[in-house]
Design a protein around this ligand. Structure first.
Ligand code: MN
Length: 497
């Protein structure tokens, strides 16, 4: 990840005279300084001189476009900044935009307030003038309202920064596919040209045997060292298997992990798609190897699902370096618990669940795969953490992409499942399984999801808005009646957009 920065641009005009403008500059400088000091922000705020004219605004916003480290611009109108001055700059601006609607002082200075103070501190109306033109121009932006020292405001700004990283980094995501979408499966399909136009994703294809060459060429010493790491990190659950044979199966995955990563690094890919039916010369379906690569930050999609692979990668980028992150993974709605009052969905996949979501100990198992024709693959097994998360599904509706965003509550299953040889998560979708699943199905959501504990519904909605695609949210407030209407109205909106 680059050392991204966010520019803090304050708007005003030269009508106010030097003395007032000096204070404007001092105020915004102080704010940026103090905000940076909080340690709350994943990226640095950079103060820019007060914007006073059309020419200056246009030049600054174009400099932001050109600056590789600038991931977005935060705007604030300290005083009144006639918004026609902003038109050309905003028209040419291409990066994430945030409108921080704040003011320097928190409280009315009751004893001293006079008209000079009023004229100097008028973001309440300056920001409305600016907001008008951004809305009239139809530009997507995040609006955050409140005093800049307020913790809620700072948290919102910090989480918007991560959304902005998702927007900026999206156009650098490159997905490497080994095998096409699984035959006859509809929801994992999609328009790759449109995806590149909308999200900037490059989605390429290789023959799986190109990868096999890399895997076969990994030196034995490197493989042995990695196997040793596996054995030191994970609990061996041999279930009576011959221990030497067990180790041979694990070794295959270690060799895959090194070979696949080398392939991806050399060609600059950040996400990978496999297909259990197209394994060429691979001895096992990549399981443990893919789990470890996901944990390192690579995106992954199974059965040719490049949309999920790119979304998982996106989530890994948006959540990079979060202290005490709880994890992100590809998951699949597998099977239900439908006992009244305990309704939930068991989430898993054939093998490929990211260990970043694991709670506690991780075990290593070798078991047969009920599909395909290869030898028994090694995999990591665990259960996932408790707490809120967000499950997303990006679907191609033919005329547009839709991002489904479901707030889910992760929990523990009631009893251990000793015979289940995969990593699992377990959640109840909000508002409950009945309405959550109804809405998900109505919206055409997939069985595969990109899931994270560390992102919010708000961040994913803001990301979809910035990418110019539809998003629908299923959360505590969802009712089937309103949700159905939203889908109907959206379909009309996007027909004429
Ligand atoms: Mn699947």
């Amino acid at each position: 990840m680059k050392k991204y920065q966010f520019w803090f641009c304050t708007g005003s005009q030269d009508l106010y005279g030097d003395e007032c403008l000096k204070k404007v500059a001092a105020h915004s400088q102080k704010m940026v300084e103090e905000l940076n000091k909080t340690g709350k922000f994943p990226f640095e705020l950079v103060w820019k001189p007060t914007l006073l004219s059309q020419e200056h605004i246009r030049r600054t916003l174009n400099e932001a476009n050109m600056d590789e480290n600038c991931a977005g611009v935060i705007t604030w109108m300290h005083t009144f900044s006639p918004a026609k001055m902003w038109i050309l700059g905003l028209k040419e601006f291409r990066k994430p935009l945030c409108h921080l609607h704040t003011q320097f002082n928190e409280e009315l200075p009751y004893d001293t307030i006079d008209m000079d103070f009023m004229n100097e501190n008028q973001s309440a109306h300056g920001d409305r003038e600016y907001g008008h033109i951004v809305s009239r121009m139809g530009i997507e932006r995040k609006i955050i309202v409140g005093h800049w020292s307020n913790e809620r405001v700072q948290d919102q700004l910090a989480s918007w920064m991560r959304t902005a990283i998702g927007v900026i980094e999206s156009s650098h995501i490159r997905v490497c596919r080994f095998g096409d979408n699984m035959n006859n499966v509809a929801v994992t399909e999609g328009d790759k040209v449109e995806a590149q136009m909308k999200f900037g994703w490059e989605i390429d294809h290789y023959c799986v045997n190109d990868l096999v060459e890399y895997v076969d060429a990994v030196p034995k010493g490197e493989v042995d060292a990695l196997v040793e790491e596996y054995y030191s990190k994970y609990d061996v659950i041999d279930e009576g298997r011959d221990l030497e044979e067990f180790k041979r199966h694990v070794t295959v995955q270690a060799q895959q992990e090194i070979g696949i990563e080398k392939f991806l690094k050399e060609r600059n890919y950040h996400a990978i798609v496999t297909h259990f039916g197209m394994l060429g010369g691979l001895k096992q379906l990549p399981g443990l190897s893919i789990q470890r690569l996901m944990e390192k930050g690579y995106g992954f999609g199974a059965e040719g699902d490049w949309k999920v692979a790119a979304m998982v990668r996106l989530m890994k980028l948006m959540t990079a370096d979060i202290p005490n992150a709880k994890g992100s993974s590809m998951l699949e709605d597998y099977t239900y618990n439908l006992v009244p009052g305990k309704e939930a969905i068991l989430q898993a996949h054939m093998l490929e669940v990211c260990p970043s979501i694991a709670d506690g100990k991780i075990g290593m198992k070798v078991c047969p795969l009920s599909m395909g024709s290869r030898e028994d693959p090694a995999r990591l097994v665990f259960t996932a953490k408790e707490g809120p998360g967000v499950a997303t599904s990006l679907v191609d509706l033919g005329d547009r992409f839709r991002l489904l965003i479901n707030a889910v509550d992760c929990k523990k299953v009631e009893k251990p499942m000793p015979k289940l040889p995969v990593g699992t998560a377990y959640w109840t979708p909000q508002p409950n399984l009945e309405i959550g699943a109804t809405a998900w199905i109505l919206a055409g959501g997939a069985h595969h999801t990109a899931f994270s504990y560390d992102l919010s519904v708000e961040q994913m909605v803001d990301w979809a808005d910035a990418m110019g695609i539809e998003s629908v949210v299923i959360d505590r407030n969802t009712t089937v009646k309103d949700f159905k209407n939203e889908l109907r109205w959206n379909s009309m909106y996007y027909k004429f957009k």
